[in-house]
Design a protein around this ligand. Structure first.
Ligand SMILES: [Zn+2]
Ligand SMILES: [Zn+2]
Ligand SMILES: [Zn+2]
Ligand SMILES: [Zn+2]
Length: 551
């Protein structure tokens, strides 16, 4: 066990024996920052949803980009960035051993062109990011193989879904969270292999249920009680009568969920893992929204990672990495952002197919490179060791990139979603801040009270109107595909913009924090780590007691 004081926030934290073994395995120094500060630094490099219109700095065509027009570096469109019209190696810099390495890396960072968006193989889906293989989709993020989906994040292989988060293989869903293989489900959480569920929690193989929880093979039920088809339809019509009746139902669902029995964590097929929203994870602590992890700790949004620690948005069998953000199939890398198919790379960003490199940016294929400059193997090793030694002396080696090196304002990133700190606090911690807000305010053409309360009678004229969000007052519009969806599903026009809807949905998820608690079933002595804080009203059961309750 090692006791440390966080370099950024001054909080004391512990590094236990198991963590130390893993840090050794990935060849990293024990961290100098606490868990929260480590996560914040990584998440500060992930802008998923703030888009700007700006020209490509090479072909000059207008495009959608994650970077505002006044960013200090050039930004290229997809075609230009991947073309041979420029060479990332032409920006190569000689390492100056008299100056700080990170300062030199920052100079390189300001010169090298960045890719406008992370989007691949998509059709008619310009407003998507961290996304690939999507069709006719709009404002979806961390999303693969979807069709006709809108306003959602972390969705895969879905069709016709709107306003959902963390859903897989589903169709015609609305406002669903953490669900799989669902059809026509509305306002549901943690449901699987089910259809026509409304305001339901943790259902399996069920259909036509309203306000039901923990049901297995259940049908035509309201509040877990069987009803006739007519009574069911009557209740459904009552809920979806208008905007206000839905808001009332949301409240009713929240009260229902607060009294329900929940499993201490959403974990399936896991062994010796702590965290929440996990599937098939073995041996690890503080894992969130992660699947198929083996011997990994402190991970978020990861799939099939092996022997790694402190990584976020980490996919396709990465192994032996430390402190990484946005990675595909890489191994033995440390302190990188957006490196794909890389090995033994440190302090690099936006690189592909790179092996043995340090401080590189936008390299598309290479080996033995430092600051985008090519070396022979021996020379590379010598300079790299020199840099590492100097960084160790400066007490910064194996820290993630300093927050100031993020190309985004903290308030544009996932960091702000999980840690909504003030501008002042962000600046104090060294993060950047984006003052230029996207979108408009006060330009609405329709007053809040004049937005139709039900979809009946709403005509295509609504597409010409500018609405204002009831929460943040930002203006927004309704798209044609969106209107078609509301009409088909008999849903009213939303009163909030996409950002506020996303925020509301994220708040329904458990926080990425753990508390040590006891099973609340009388007589049970089991204890566990849970993301349900002690103030929460839900009845928390251990795995065994929960299974007895639902089956
Ligand atoms: Zn800290
Ligand atoms: Zn271009
Ligand atoms: Zn809003
Ligand atoms: Zn128990």
């Amino acid at each position: 066990m090692m006791n440390k004081t966080c370099k950024t926030c001054g909080k004391d934290f512990e590094i236990n024996e198991k963590d130390l073994v893993l840090y050794q395995q990935v060849n990293a120094l024990p961290p100098k920052h606490c868990r929260d500060c480590r996560i914040m630094r990584r998440l500060a490099f992930r802008n998923e949803r703030t888009f700007y219109k700006r020209p490509c700095d090479l072909c000059k065509k207008d495009m959608i980009s994650l970077y505002s027009a006044d960013s200090p570096f050039p930004v290229y469109c997809h075609e230009c960035w991947w073309s041979d019209a420029w060479d990332p190696k032409s920006f190569g810099q000689e390492y100056d051993s008299n100056r700080s390495f990170l300062e030199q890396y920052q100079e390189l960072q300001k010169k090298v062109p960045r890719l406008a968006l992370m989007m691949l193989n998509s059709v008619r889906s310009e407003y998507t990011n961290g996304a690939s293989d999507n069709k006719d989709s709009y404002l979806i993020f961390a999303a693969e193989y979807n069709e006709d989906c809108m306003y959602s994040r972390l969705i895969q292989r879905c069709k016709n879904c709107l306003d959902c988060s963390v859903i897989y293989d589903s169709e015609l869903c609305y406002e669903c969270l953490d669900s799989r293989e669902c059809f026509k489900c509305l306002y549901c959480e943690q449901c699987q292999s089910s259809s026509d569920l409304i305001f339901c929690y943790n259902m399996r193989n069920s259909s036509n249920c309203i306000f039901c929880t923990n049901g297995r093979n259940m049908s035509n039920s309201i509040f877990n009680v069987k009803y006739s088809k007519e009574e069911f339809e009557k209740k459904k019509a009552e809920i979806f009568a208008n905007y206000e009746s839905i808001e009332k139902a949301k409240q009713e669902y929240a009260e229902l969920k607060a009294k329900t029995i929940v499993k201490y964590a959403s974990q399936t097929k896991c062994n010796n893992a702590t965290g929440d929203y996990l599937h098939n994870c073995y041996d690890g602590v503080y894992l969130f929204d992660t699947a198929d992890a083996k011997n990994c700790s402190y991970m978020g949004d990861a799939e099939s990672p092996i022997d790694s620690i402190d990584c976020n948005n980490y996919y396709y069998k990465c192994e032996l990495c430390y402190n990484m953000m946005g990675i595909l199939q890489s191994s033995k890398c440390k302190n990188c952002a957006y490196v794909f198919y890389c090995n033994e790379v440190e302090y690099s960003e936006n690189c592909h197919n790179l092996t043995s490199a340090f401080g590189c940016n936008a390299i598309r294929k290479g080996q033995y490179m430092i600051l985008n400059k090519q070396y022979e193997k021996a020379e590379y090793e010598k300079i790299k060791n020199e840099i590492v030694e100097k960084m160790k002396q400066e007490n910064v080696y194996d820290d993630f990139f300093p927050p100031a090196l993020s190309p985004f304002g903290f308030n544009e990133t996932l960091g702000y979603d999980f840690y909504p700190i003030s501008k002042e606090e962000a600046l104090n911690k060294g993060f950047n801040w984006q003052d230029r807000t996207t979108g408009t305010y006060g330009k609405e053409t329709i007053e809040e009270g004049a937005v139709p309360e039900s979809i009946e009678g709403v005509t295509e004229d609504i597409l010409k109107e500018i609405l204002a969000c009831t929460d943040c007052k930002k203006n927004f519009r309704i798209t044609q595909a969106e209107l078609n969806f509301y009409k088909r599903m008999n849903l009213p026009i939303p009163h909030k913009d996409f950002e506020c809807r996303n925020k509301d949905r994220m708040q329904r998820k458990n926080p990425r924090k753990l508390w040590h608690r006891k099973c609340m079933k009388d007589g049970c002595k089991n204890e566990f780590e849970t993301a349900y804080s002690p103030e929460r009203k839900e009845i928390i059961y251990c795995e065994t007691c929960y299974q007895q309750e639902v089956y």
